[in-house]
Design a binder for this molecule. Structure first.
Ligand code: F6P
Length: 320
């Protein structure tokens, strides 16, 4: 039976990561394991920035955004020679297994470490909801609520001034944050990688609103769709007559206290990850499918097609 496990957070931070760390530490200790925290994601493994965690290391963190273990994106971890340093550091300390909380970029490192003798389990910690092996990632729900809160405020001033607000939300290349927030807001237009409209169509429908009764519009756009959102807004203004302002919500979306949903999701997944390590499993990632916590081989998970939410995409038109 394993005796020592580590836990780290990697990639962009997400609200709920602390709840996942807490679950791993508390479940690990409960089952008699020694649990070690690794600072700064994979960088801490390479730099041997590893410390023992106890019950009280994770007190009062469930409500805190960010990650107490800090995070990083370490590109060099793709190199086997760099991973070897990490494996040697872990082995010297007798740490036999690891929980990696992060996005799909971090999963690959977890798989490779498993192949080098350290059993790893990945937990989906990212606001983007871009991991196909889970219905929801840890952080998505909180981020969605933050976006809704921000857009509610932008809506007030947009209505007062009879403007068009073009609001860019995060998601990397995944449109879920834009789609869900767009439906939650009843936005006049939702543009995501799964719902791309030709520019003439965009201009024509906004112009229709401008000359019609509705003298304001909310347009929600996934990041990375337009190279310059301010230029896109300027084109809308020039072609439709709407005074148009672009708002990039930015990293406010990644911070803040995690929602109840994200806290519970993180707790369930963190505890399940420890169960998997105790069962001797590695190279897997945890997901929640139809409210059931499940695990997948990481390679299989990364090959799964992402749910594009066809029925929700249809609602964009139905509810206009
Ligand atoms: O993956 C999370 C995420 O917030 C993406 O939505 C975004 O594209 C990216 O990270 C931004 O990362 P950074 O803060 O490192 O620029």
């Amino acid at each position: 039976m394993i005796k020592k496990i580590g836990v780290l957070t990697s990639g962009g931070d997400a609200p709920g990561m602390n709840c996942a760390i807490r679950a791993v530490v508390r479940a690990g200790l409960k089952y008699g394991l020694e649990v070690y925290g690794v600072m700064d994601g994979y960088r801490g493994l390479v730099d041997d920035d590893i410390f023992p965690m106890e019950r009280y290391s994770v007190s009062d963190i469930v409500n805190r955004g960010g990650t107490i273990l800090q995070t990083a994106r370490l590109r060099e971890f793709k190199e086997e020679s760099v991973r070897k340093i990490a494996v040697n550091n872990l082995k010297r300390r007798g740490i036999e297994a690891l929980v990696v909380i992060g996005g799909d970029g971090s999963y690959m490192g977890a798989k490779k470490l498993t192949e080098m003798g350290i059993n790893c389990v990945g937990l989906p910690g990212t606001i983007d909801n871009d991991i196909a092996s889970t219905d929801y990632t840890i952080g998505f729900d909180t981020c969605l609520n933050t976006i809704v809160d921000c857009i509610d405020k932008i809506r007030d001033t947009t209505s007062s001034h009879q403007r068009c607000a073009v609001i860019e939300v995060m998601g990397n290349h995944c449109g879920d944050l834009a789609l869900f927030s767009g439906l939650a807001e009843g936005a006049e237009m939702i543009l995501t990688p799964d719902h791309v409209l030709p520019e003439e169509e965009i201009m024509a429908s906004l112009k229709k609103l401008y000359v019609g009764k509705k003298k304001r519009a909310i347009v929600i756009v996934s990041e990375k769709m337009y190279p310059n959102i301010h230029e896109f807004a300027a084109r809308i203004q020039a072609e439709t007559g709407f005074e148009t302002k672009a708002e990039v919500l930015g990293r406010v979306q990644r911070g803040g206290s995690p929602s109840g949903f994200d806290r519970v999701l993180a707790a369930r997944m963190g505890a399940y990850a420890v169960d998997c390590l105790l069962d001797g499993k590695g190279g897997i990632c945890i997901g929640m499918i139809n409210n059931k916590i499940v695990d997948y081989d990481i390679y299989e998970a990364l090959k799964l097609p992402r749910d594009k939410h066809a029925s929700m995409l249809r609602l964009i038109d139905v509810l206009q």
